[in-house]
Design a protein around this ligand. Structure first.
Ligand code: S3P
Length: 426
């Protein structure tokens, strides 16, 4: 695949389903009673890993593209898998499923690809161990492969040192299997899909400020869920519509949950022409169509409480900053170092290769925008968000932008390059 400069970008696109919500729909459906039906499911590699894990524990799941039916067996209906569960590249699968496995009366183990085996799992081992769970990093390095399960859990109050929906959700899911109320307090609020969706399945779950709490032992009932489009996937096209010449793009059916929608605020702060149309609620989540047109952008500071609401979008926000006049400073985002790649390093390396003035810092980066970008071969480090962010940079760069690996997009957006082809005129 070679990306070249776009003369114009026009059209209406629909974004594939939200990855976080798709994972949760499968997991919560599996531990509920009766049928859960998901429409708009993200048929990407990460969510397929979640389906594979629950099938391996005896849950009947049928999938036809974005339509998934889960025959749930209730809180205690999972059976012991006969082999190690394969979580693939998915941090969400790993951390959330660990909370569920911690409450089972069988021992299981899980592992994933090279990237997963480097991601920190101490952040879930600590609270789950505090709840009385048996959970062990098999290589004793705080990472997967993990062995989990077979213990009676106690409710705890956990003060999480990181703002992480994966950690919060892991503890809350383990809390389903503990007597009493389990709660998690975060330093900054992270995405709240677990709280919204589990409440729809019948859990007694509440949020107040920085704390989410759940009461153990509920009866969960299968639900019908329409999964909205993923704002993390829409982000590439939001940025394309703002930075490319002659752009006018309508991005339909996007989840605009405030715990996810920080990129909209940043685009506005940078002077972007971005408007939300047809705002509505679908399956308990706010949804809108997003209209963007070519904009004259200026740099801004991205820091503090907004960071968890745009953590996955920071690579493409860095691309937007490279195309804006002046300096953009990204701070308080050390979590970028422990994503599918070290995204402070991988964004810096690739933007530098394109001719951008960028300096990495301990918790973010400083980008002096406005210099012309040049095509390069993107070093993706097999990180889907790096591949897609730099494909967008390629739409404004001179020459050709190519990729050491473009197949990694299938983790979260298998048709990404098809969508680019549908809207870009060269
Ligand atoms: C996710 C939470 C985020 C995000 C990830 C999906 C989720 O991770 O980066 O892509 O679905 O809960 P953290 O919660 O660890 O920040």
């Amino acid at each position: 695949m070679a990306i070249t400069k776009a003369k114009s970008i026009k059209g209406e696109i629909t974004i594939p389903g939200d990855k976080s919500i798709s994972h949760r729909g499968v997991m919560f459906g599996a531990i509920s009673e009766g049928i859960t039906e998901l429409t708009g499911f993200l048929d990407g590699a990460d969510c397929r890993s979640t389906i594979g894990c629950f099938r391996a524990m005896g849950i009947d799941i049928t999938q036809e593209a974005d339509h998934v039916i889960i025959h749930g067996k209730g809180l205690n209906g999972l059976s012991q898998p006969s082999a190690m569960l394969d979580v693939g590249n998915s941090g969400t699968t790993t951390r959330l499923i660990s909370g569920i496995l911690a409450g089972q009366d069988f021992v299981s183990s899980l592992n994933g690809d090279e990237s997963i085996q480097k991601r920190p799992m101490g952040r879930i081992i600590t609270p789950l161990t505090e709840m009385g769970a048996y959970i062990k990093s098999i290589k004793d390095n705080g990472c997967a492969p993990l062995e989990i399960g077979g213990s009676k859990l106690s409710a705890i109050h956990y003060n999480s040192p990181v703002a992480s929906a994966q950690v919060k959700s892991c503890v809350l899911l383990a809390g389903l299997y503990a007597d009493g109320t389990t709660s998690v307090t975060e330093p900054v609020v992270s995405r709240n899909h677990t709280e919204l969706m589990l409440s729809g399945f019948g859990a007694d779950i509440t949020s107040k400020g920085l704390t989410a709490s759940i009461v153990g032992g509920p009866k969960l009932i299968g639900q019908k869920i329409a999964v909205p489009g993923d704002i993390s996937s829409a982000a590439y096209f939001i940025v394309a519509g703002l930075i490319c010449d002659n752009a006018d793009l309508l991005i339909k059916n996007v989840n605009t949950n405030p715990t996810r929608a920080g990129i909209i605020k940043v685009a506005q702060a940078m002077g972007g022409n971005i408007e939300l149309l047809n705002e509505r609620i679908i399956s308990g989540e706010p949804v809108a169509d997003i209209h963007v047109t070519t904009s004259h952008l200026h740099g801004c500071e991205v820091s503090g409480d907004i960071i968890p609401t745009l953590i996955d979008e920071l690579p493409v926000i860095a691309v937007m900053a490279a195309c804006a006049d002046g300096t953009t400073t990204i701070k308080d985002a050390a979590e970028l170092k422990v994503k599918e790649s070290d995204r402070i390093a991988t964004v810096t390396e690739n933007l530098k290769n394109m001719g951008c003035d960028i300096t990495p810092t301990d918790d973010g980066m400083i980008i002096v925008g406005g210099k012309p970008l040049h095509g390069t071969t993107v070093n993706t480090y097999l990180d889907h968000r790096i591949a897609m962010s730099f494909a967008i940079a390629g739409l404004v760069a001179d020459g050709e932008t190519t990729f050491d690996n473009e197949a990694c997009c299938s983790i979260s957006y298998p048709d990404f390059f098809k969508t680019i082809g549908a809207i870009v005129n060269r």
